[in-house]
Write a protein that binds this ligand. Sequence first.
Ligand code: NDP
Length: 336
Amino acid sequence: MTDPPNSKSAIITGITGQDGSYLTEMLIEKGYTVHGIIRRSSITARPRLDHLTLDPEVYGTRLFLHYADLDDATSIRRIIFKIHPDEVYHLAGQSHVGASFEIPESTCEFTAMGTLRLLELLRDMDPAPKFLNVGSSEIFGHPDDAPQDEDTKMNPVNPYGVAKAFAVQTTRIYRDSFGLFCCNAIAYNHESPRRSKSFVTRKITNAVARIAAGKQDHVSLGNLEVERDWGFAGDYVKAMWLAMQHEEPKDYIVATGTLTPLKRFLEIAFAHAGIDDWQPHVKIDPRYFRPAEPTRLVGNAQRAKDLLGWGPSVNLQQLVTMMVDADKSQSKRRDD
Ligand code: NDP
């Protein structure tokens, strides 16, 4: 059910990504006009947004897309000043931790400096739009304590975490120094059927669907001992919106509070596809090991619960089965 249009408008950077697509759906349902910032690339397919951009009642009336790269401050300035939105959700960035070891400079350019550029623009606006930056559990890297909360010391162990730590801290500085309404959603891993296949969770569910269909024999993975706090992306974008509606700008840990080994994720995925013995279908490939792995990244989302009434609605079992089911039906539709 979609609410009638209201007067609220939002800009989303990273609208073509997993979270961007869920957030767009949610805001449109709430009656917002949504403006997405997209970067120009040679591939124009945006499958996560097709259901919205192909809907004439939505695209061009409630949803608009604008070209700008995060390192192109003049284009972003033009868009933000012209639209002068109520809320800016900053989701864009190089989001792959492993890749950040290969491309550290551009990871920092987009994720760290890209955030600073946006905040500098907002400083010049009157009234300044509310701003939400998506931080990451990777800012904690090797934390002193588990679970982590909003006061846990940052100690990143990869270039992605360093870039996110810069972005989170800069967002805090602009809130405290210039009185801007700036929040951080310090998000732990969140997945969905819309997760890119370059991330290990979706790589697993996609492979499981194909193995069950006899289209593939095994999947190559790195360290199976890693543990993560996994939630559902649809829940996490809700926390982002709630943070923007609270009377005071704050930072929020967005997490389930449950740490699960990757092996368990594998077990659930294979079992749901009717394969009890997953071991013959998994090969360990040292290429997928990271130079440094974060440890005990599990979040305490008590503040989000107390102040925003937020909590996860999807548990790990439900998340994994949702992803495997989606990949099974996609695998059936496509002959790949
Ligand atoms: P995705 O990788 O799915 O989406 C990233 C988005 O950023 C895409 O829309 C991408 O555009 C865009 N982008 C990347 N570089 C640029 C650039 N230079 N200029 C403009 N846009 C750019 O990530 P998610 O949706 O999963 O994550 C959203 C945010 O949340 C990211 O900042 C991520 O780091 C953070 N986060 C995610 C977590 C997770 O588990 N999903 C956990 C913690 C934090 P394009 O489509 O063109 O590639």
